[in-house]
Design a protein around this ligand. Structure first.
Ligand code: ATP
Length: 467
């Protein structure tokens, strides 16, 4: 069973499940909530950790040509001047002149043309001035029906200050992407690791963007985790198109094989020349079919030597690589695969969410390696001490190896339904027969089928099922 077009899931359903079962809560809900900000509850925290561990293992530990890094959230402020973010990290902003709510002009126009298809335009290609002209020409209004201000560039870097004074000298930025920490540490990584090109550096960490658009749950938040790689190479030795394709394939396999996402819900989209970021010569997004449309899950960009060149220029320090064989000195080029952890998280919930009307249940058909709990153990009745003791033994034994949930509330049927909703692949029930012959009932999440198994066989059985 997979999610498909006949079983569409809405963002509201995902949000409700996430809240009800402790995956995601709105930040500061008791104060009315903070826009575009979410906290991860007990199960969400487990899922996030699992995603990051799988990413780290697949992209860093498994490869000879990859190194890890953990740089600061507040980098030297010159970093962002050199990288171009202080000048160009902008979104086109418009304000409702009556309510003063703010919107992204490009997204409002996109919505307008979806409802009124007068012009065939690639909105992402348009400059802020062209967006402003379109709003004028079609008298496009805010979602509340009010006139809009003129579209202007709005820088989405968050500023803060170091120390007691708050002036220009103390100003720093919360990083808008993790990538810059990799570039500014490039020389130290080279000096301390004797790594030969081509090689990559990856890191997972928080980034911050003062996003204007609201209402897309964890897809677009002010604070979010990125998993980014800069893959350095000599453009005279490696063809960038080949490396680009290799990384596309490697990322595709991660998403489809490691995370188990349905290929029908994925597609690559190449950026147009106008749409590409200032630093990129080629960009392709891997898009996922979220409940609100095809949207970017991750991007792969060929950033050339743009960033190293800029940091070399602004720092007046050589960031060149010396080829150990030929002695040639040059600035390496990079391919950058960049993913958002919370976009992976949301994709997993959407892809796994299934309605099973025959059994009147909802289930999260997560791959077994992703489920917050791999197993749940139940005593059939909670007031029969022999059953509880036996179940407790089995539970303690399995916890040595697996993430195991314990539940002794209500009837067994309700406990199954509760585990289905959080994606637990197997439920084990200890009943009176267990006390006679040391067997348990195993119930499978996806088929809802049950079978009986000896406790002595559990270890081998689970090892094969959860591999
Ligand atoms: P978008 O066009 O959706 O704003 P972007 O092109 O600006 O995204 P990148 O700068 O390429 O995004 O960032 C790399 C990755 O970081 C994205 O593919 C996405 O997964 C993630 N990401 C970017 N912005 C956010 C955000 N505000 N909230 C959550 N994840 C984000």
């Amino acid at each position: 069973m997979t999610r498909n077009q006949t079983q569409p899931v809405s963002l509201e359903e995902i949000t409700a499940l996430a809240k009800r079962r402790g995956f995601v809560y709105q930040t500061g809900e008791i104060y009315g909530g903070l826009a575009n900000s979410y906290d991860y509850g007990p199960l969400g925290t487990e899922l996030l950790l699992t995603i990051k561990n799988l990413w780290w293992d697949y992209f860093i530990r498994r490869r000879d040509d990859m190194l890890g890094l953990d740089s600061q959230i507040m980098l030297h402020p010159q970093t962002w001047v050199a990288s171009g973010h202080v000048d160009s990290f902008t979104d086109p902003l418009v304000e409702d002149l009556v309510t003063h709510k703010r919107y992204r002009a490009d997204l409002l126009i996109e919505d307008y043309f979806k409802k009124n298809p007068q012009e065939q335009l690639v909105i992402a290609d348009l400059s802020t001035k062209e967006l402003a002209d379109l709003i004028d020409k079609y008298q496009i209004k805010s979602p509340d029906g009010n006139p809009l201000s003129k579209a202007q560039d709005f820088n989405i870097l968050f500023e803060t200050a170091i120390g007691a004074v708050s002036d220009k000298k103390s100003r720093v930025y919360l990083r808008g992407e993790t990538a810059q920490g990799i570039f500014t540490n490039f020389k130290q990584i080279l000096n301390s690791n004797r790594q030969k090109l081509p090689f990559g550096v990856g890191q997972i960490g928080k980034s911050f963007r003062n996003e204007i658009t609201t209402g897309q749950f964890v897809f677009r938040t002010l604070e979010f985790e990125q998993a980014e790689i800069e893959y350095f190479f000599d453009p005279e030795q490696n063809n960038w198109q080949d490396l680009f394709r290799d990384w596309q394939n490697y990322v595709w396999d991660f998403v489809t094989k490691v995370l188990g996402i349905d290929e029908n819900n994925l597609r690559w989209r190449r950026h147009t020349d106008q749409e590409r970021s200032h630093y990129s010569q080629e960009t392709s997004d891997l898009e996922y079919h979220y409940p609100f449309g095809w949207k970017e899950l991750c991007g792969i960009a060929y950033r050339t030597d743009y960033d190293l060149k800029k940091h070399q220029e602004f720092s007046q320090q050589s960031l060149e690589y010396t080829d150990p064989q030929t002695g040639k000195k040059f600035l390496p080029h990079v391919i950058e695969p960049a993913m958002g952890i919370s976009r992976i998280f949301l994709m997993l919930l959407c892809d796994a969410y299934q309605k099973d009307p025959d059994r009147e249940r909802l289930l999260l058909a997560l791959k077994t390696n992703l489920a917050p709990f791999q197993l749940a153990v139940f005593p059939l009745l909670k007031n029969k001490q022999e059953l509880v003791d036996k179940a407790r033994d089995v539970y303690q034994q399995l916890r040595q190896k697996y993430q195991v949930a314990w539940d002794d509330r209500g009837n067994i049927g309700k406990r199954y339904l509760a585990q289905d909703e959080i994606g637990t692949p197997f439920c084990l029930t200890i009943d009176f027969t267990t006390l006679e012959n040391d067997t348990v009932t195993i119930r499978h999440r996806d088929s809802a089928q049950q079978e009986r198994l000896a406790i002595s066989e559990l270890d081998n059985y689970l090892a094969s099922m959860l591999a």
